[in-house]
Design a binder for this molecule. Structure first.
Ligand SMILES: C[S@@+](CC[C@H](N)C(=O)[O-])C[C@H]1O[C@@H](n2cnc3c(N)ncnc32)[C@H](O)[C@@H]1O
Length: 198
């Protein structure tokens, strides 16, 4: 099938791991991520087919819960929300005509700002070597087939078996640190999401 006219925006896409199956199937994938593009100023093209969004979770993740109040007081929460709301603004600008959209964040407190998530999963449900509860918001087919399940996941901060970076991913080497590697989605999740949303 010729998918070359179907535009997929991978907002805050980092390495582009989530949109990789779309790229491999010939979709017109555009990774809108720093330092190349900033979602806060990005104007989407016409006729966007699907949107994947993975705004930074640092100020929302449960792992940072003891610091939430401090983050609120210093303005870090507001800055992080601006990125989330920019992703949602882009989604709204692409409607109608959008076939699906999804915004991802780990379990935390983002639901207090944008409502309950649409779908919850654990990254080990898709073979990841670590336990990472992850939430998705949006309008997409939730019939995402799990597996291969990793029965023996470790805590994320104890995990030494993180993914190797494929050569063609556009990861800025300066932030190629553990956090960036941890935010790369398990390939099985990306493939399953793609199978359910084409
Ligand atoms: C949670 S990570 C997503 C990583 C992604 N899942 C991957 O496979 O690499 C968030 C990404 O958003 C990028 N980012 C942060 N602020 C941004 C902004 N204002 N506009 C676009 N991208 C941004 C970061 O550089 C980072 O790569």
């Amino acid at each position: 099938m010729d998918n070359s006219s179907k535009i997929i925006l991978d907002l805050c896409g980092g390495t582009g791991s989530w949109s990789r199956p779309y790229r491999e199937h010939g979709y017109d994938v555009r990774i809108i991520t720093l330092p190349y593009y900033d979602v806060r100023t990005y104007k989407p093209p016409k006729n966007v087919y699907g949107i994947l969004a993975a705004p930074p979770c640092t100020h929302f993740s449960i792992a940072c819960a003891p610091l939430w109040r401090e983050k609120d007081l210093t303005g870090q929460t507001a800055q992080a929300l601006e990125i989330v709301y920019s992703c949602l603004r882009i989604v709204n600008e692409c409607k109608p005509g959008l076939h699906f959209w999804a915004l991802e964040n780990p379990r935390g407190r983002l639901h207090k700002f944008i409502g309950a998530p649409t779908y919850k999963f654990n990254q080990s449900d898709f073979g990841a070597p670590y336990f990472k509860p992850t939430w998705l918001w949006g309008d997409f087919n939730t019939l995402i087939i799990q597996g291969p399940i990793n029965d023996n996941p470790c805590r994320l901060d104890e995990c030494t078996n993180l993914y190797d970076l494929p050569d063609d991913y556009n990861l800025n080497i300066d932030h190629c640190k553990r956090a960036a590697r941890r935010s790369i989605y398990p390939p099985a999740f990306c493939d399953a999401f793609f199978q359910a949303n084409q």
